[in-house]
Ligand binder design. Structure first.
Ligand SMILES: *Cc1c(COP(=O)(O)O)cnc(C)c1O
Length: 425
């Protein structure tokens, strides 16, 4: 290789991977094993004491998963990453490393419905309190910060689609209060947007969606941006205080700019257990190899479908930032110039009943609760993903009764438009 820094597509195929040292296998082998033999007693002791890097037990690390971690860290421009069982597990382990009982974090109201539930309900059991802010009103984040705030959490391109968040402006608030900004980059992927370039400190992914891209494996990632200085910061004892689990080691001091990734592995994943299977890591890696090609096509087709629906008489509105005149058009030009993603919502003139009818009439679109598949997907959030929320919360989350969400796949776009036309008719 020359000294040239490899481009994004090259990294998507090669980052983290080398021909297998033992066999020469060119695709990353699936190390389908629970555990790894130690060289000797001293080697085992140094691995357990975090004095050496190596493999112990697949719950806390596996060579197949390590390739996925290195690859996503490279694509995001982070220092290190951790692969876990799901996007939700990634969010959970992030907060576990940052929050103590009674602490708060500020989160954007426009999020994946599952994250809203996780924050509102499950996290309460740990004494972690979410304070909601409005991503369209940056000042609401500043107002929500208190001395107990330990993090700010936003999505870059927000669910259920069509919302572009001003990451740099929210990062400025996080920096002013010296708290880390966590960005869920699931919908954009690093191909469209790299949150660290706009001031994020930590990135999380549901790899289940566009990273894996084929609707076949659940997985999640935490990427450490290496930008936050934990050393000596009493508010983050997992990173700044001697850890009894590791003989008094201070993770922030020992591991410097990748201490957060280490903390989520050796405290979070080790003790709480949401490990990613190496088989799923292999599936996700294979998906990532074509991420740039897929995202280009996803965005091109989505732009065409959105333009078509915007002219359709049964459609009241289309919310896609790639449409001139859209509320987020200017932010999209700044943050996602290669395309505004493949998930968007539109409103039907017929309201709730029309939404239910549309999903029943579509043939090529699959009615299911996922996004980021090669296949085109449709859902009516008010009757499914956002059903548990109150009417007010639904509308706040962009999931009112007339709203239909599409995730545009990689089929011929003419076929997708024809299917939508027959179903709307
Ligand atoms: C799906 C999703 C999650 C949760 O990920 P899982 O892999 O389903 O656990 C989190 N954030 C966003 C934006 C998502 O789309």
């Amino acid at each position: 290789m020359s000294d040239r820094a490899p481009g994004f597509s090259t990294l998507a195929i090669h980052a983290g991977a080398a021909p297998d040292a033992a066999t020469g296998a060119r695709a990353t082998p699936i190390y389908q094993t629970t555990s790894f033999v130690f060289d000797d007693v001293d080697h085992a002791a140094s691995l357990f004491g975090l004095q050496a890097f190596g493999n112990i037990y697949t719950r806390i690390g596996n060579p197949t998963n390590a390739v996925l971690e290195e690859r996503v860290a490279a694509l995001e421009g982070g220092t290190a990453a951790l692969a876990v069982a799901s996007g939700h597990a990634a969010e959970f382990l992030c907060f576990h490393a940052l929050l103590q009982p009674g602490d708060e974090f500020v989160a954007a109201k426009k999020l994946y419905g599952g994250s809203i539930n996780q924050f509102n309900h499950s996290y309460k059991n740990f004494g972690w309190n979410v304070i909601w802010a409005d991503p369209d009103d940056v000042e609401s984040f500043a107002k929500a910060v208190t001395p107990k705030t330990k993090a700010i959490f936003i999505e870059s391109v927000a669910n259920p689609g069509g919302v572009i968040v001003d990451i740099a402006a929210i990062s400025a608030i996080a920096k002013k209060h010296n708290i880390p900004l966590i960005v869920d980059n699931t919908m954009a992927t690093p191909y469209l947007l790299r949150p660290f370039e706009h001031g994020a400190d930590i990135v999380v992914h549901s790899a289940t969606k566009f990273l894996g891209g084929h609707g076949n494996s659940i997985g999640g990632l935490i990427v450490d941006g290496g930008s936050f200085n934990w050393v000596g910061d009493e508010r983050y004892p997992m990173l700044s205080k001697p850890r009894p689990e590791y003989n008094g080691m201070v993770l922030g001091e020992t591991f410097g700019n990748f201490a957060f990734a280490i903390a989520t592995r050796v405290l979070g994943l080790r003790d709480l257990g949401p490990a990613l299977s190496p088989f799923n890591a292999f599936m996700l890696l294979t998906g990532i190899e074509t991420l740039p090609l897929r995202m280009q096509r996803h965005c091109e087709s989505t732009q065409k479908v959105a333009e078509h629906l915007a002219k359709h008489p049964a459609v009241e509105w289309v919310s896609y930032p790639g449409l001139p005149g859209d509320k987020y058009y200017e932010l999209a030009k700044r943050y996602v110039p290669k395309g505004a993603g493949a998930v968007f919502t539109f409103g039907l003139k017929g309201g709730y009943d029309a939404g239910v009818k549309l999903v029943s009439n579509l043939k090529l679109f699959s009615h299911l609760a996922n996004i980021g598949d090669t296949r085109s997907l449709v859902i009516h959030p008010a009757s499914t993903t956002h059903r548990q929320l109150s009417d007010e919360q639904k509308t706040q989350a962009g999931a009112g009764p007339q709203v239909v969400r599409l995730s545009i796949g990689l089929e011929d776009v003419e076929d997708l438009i024809a299917d939508l036309d027959q179903a709307l008719a």
